[in-house]
Design a protein. Sequence first.
Lengths: 255, 148
Amino acid sequence: MTLTTEAPGATPAEAPSAIPSFQVTMRLRRFNPESDTEPRWENHTLTMHGTDRVLDALHKIKWEIDGSLTFRRSCAHGICGSDAMRINGRNRLACKTLLKDLPLKKPITVEPIKGLAVQKDLVVDMEPFYAAYKSIMPFLITTGNDPSRERRQSPADRERFDDTTKCILCAACTTSCPVYWSDGQYFGPQAIVGAHRFIFDSRDEGAEQRLEILNDREGVWRCRTTFNCTDACPRGIEVTKAIQEVKQALLFRRV
Amino acid sequence: MTTTTIAAPRSPRRLRGRTNTELYAWLFMRVSGVFLIVLVFGHLFVNLMVGEGINALDFAFVAGKWADPLWQVWDLLMLWLAMIHGTNGLRTVINDYAERDQVRMWLKMLLYVAAAFTIILGTLVIFTFDPCPAEAAAELLPSFCPGA
């Protein structure tokens, strides 16, 4: 039995007092399309605990100080990929970034991810990002009749593209890419990761089409290997490596 | 009446200009980079380190080098590879950072014209270089020329 139940006598209110608390200033980039012409900065000083994440600080502001603060979050546990934002100048998931790991002497800046149009506060228009993902056809392409059983694959073949299956489409990598900031036509790291996941899948037969799409002027050759994407990925995907593997596959047509 | 043609389901997307231009440009940067390391450091070593080193560098030294077909080919390769390598690098910078189509086009035109001019002029000099032109005034000729 690995489940633990609360001991009958313990008071839940006792637990937080044992955790050190500290003052933290959150510096948020706000934008209300109905009243603002330019985004503005807003500071809030809060008392937070060592176990709190940036998302908890945002919740505290939204629930207790200013209910108009707008941001996306769903699962709040680093799986859904809704709350990617620029925290202290780096793309992070707010739900995976502990406050105690950030320098607390200075305000913690929180901005929307760059390169996509801001709709309100920390919410950006994700449609161009999804459009790039759709254009690499992120689904299994096969020919001939479907097998009556499952499509079998050896563990070694599965291992080949394991890294890129971890993607949660949070857009942290794509919006950390300097080429993507200045050129909205570029597919971006995430779309290439999505393509990599199928190109190197032994069951898929659409590799040639996907490679042809990424061989475009706005495809993999725009990558400048700055490693911003690898640094930003909250799932630890080696994004730049995946892009290089696609380049290599294109170069040698050896998938 | 015009008939609309509907593509068969699952037919591959029509891509604008199915070429490998960007692939070859990317590959060229890697290959020319390797060659340039050898060519440039060889050039620096021979000009600055061998023999008297930098003190031997003068008009006569350069004239002597270009009398030798090996150095003609060496310098020609260096000129062409470095110019195309650099031009392609600048082309990607312009593509990355010029936002308006018109600006991008004119910057690239300027770049290509400047690169072509330098390559043609350099190639011409390497192959037509004559340290002792026959019709030149005697006081303008270097000391090793028969007329000086």
